[in-house]
Design a protein around this ligand. Structure first.
Ligand code: PMT
Length: 218
């Protein structure tokens, strides 16, 4: 049914990859398409929430009626999230944030000959953890993280729940045919109360099931 159970609520969602420049033409990134995060943002909006969507570079159009902020790097994503976290009731971190970034991106395109050393050894430094940073600052927010796992899915999700201070971690299977760029997803939602598996279904259906799960606990 078309339940409007999020009227009057503010929902923040991160989506997509981040890209971390090596030089003006090269970057480090990952295979996130943004679909999962966009479907969560759209589901929350359908249910009446005021939604802020902070997304890395993806080929998806801004969803109608949703404040969409486009960023590139993890540090830009953190800054955008910091701008809307405090007023959010629910914050869902579905982005695949690059854990590391090149320490010193080159101002000019690196050349195969003259910059061979710089190209062969790109020094990396750690990016801020957006979810962990915001969870430390949480007041009223329900904080939901994602975990892209290939093995020991539930155990690893449980570790992330504790390490990052989230209320829920949604573990998705990213092995062959899993999660990244697909139109459907198969998840286990882990919280202090326990865990619940959801069968493979469209990302839109997963998004609604996740919101049902969170609201059902409250
Ligand atoms: O975008 P799609 O193609 O639809 O694919 C969806 C997805 C697989 C990308 C998505 O469902 C998903 O699992 N997103 C998280 C992927 C991930 O990289 O997880 P992680 O294990 O690196 O991070 C765990 C959590 O911490 C995530 O909520 C992540 O957003 C957050 N994080 C991680 C690192 C960092 N520096 N900052 C963060 O906020």
């Amino acid at each position: 049914g078309m339940s409007r159970d999020l009227v009057g609520k503010k929902v923040l969602v991160t989506a997509g990859p981040t890209i971390e420049p090596i030089d003006p033409v090269r970057y480090l990134s990952n295979r996130s398409s943004g679909k999962m995060g966009f479907e969560i943002a759209k589901a929350a909006a359908r249910r009446g929430a005021e939604v802020s969507l902070v997304t890395g570079p993806v080929s998806l159009a801004d969803p109608a009626g949703i404040e969409t902020v486009r960023v590139e790097t993890a540090r830009e994503m953190l800054a955008a999230v910091e701008g809307c976290f405090d007023e959010a009731d629910i914050a869902v971190f579905a982005a695949a944030v690059a854990d590391m970034r090149p320490a010193a991106p080159a101002a000019k395109k690196l050349k195969k000959g003259s910059d061979a050393d710089a190209l062969a050894r790109i020094e990396l430094v750690e990016n801020p953890d957006i979810l962990a940073t915001m969870a430390r600052r949480k007041s009223k927010q329900v904080v939901v993280g994602f975990a892209a796992e290939t093995d020991d899915v539930v155990e690893n999700a449980r570790k992330k729940l504790r390490a990052k201070g989230a209320d829920y971690v949604v573990a998705n299977f990213v092995g062959e045919g899993g999660a990244f760029d697909a139109d459907d997803n198969e998840v286990v939602v882990v919280s202090a109360e326990g865990e619940r598996s959801y069968p493979r279904s469209s990302k839109s259906a997963v998004a609604d099931a996740l919101l049902d799960h969170i609201l059902g606990d409250r």
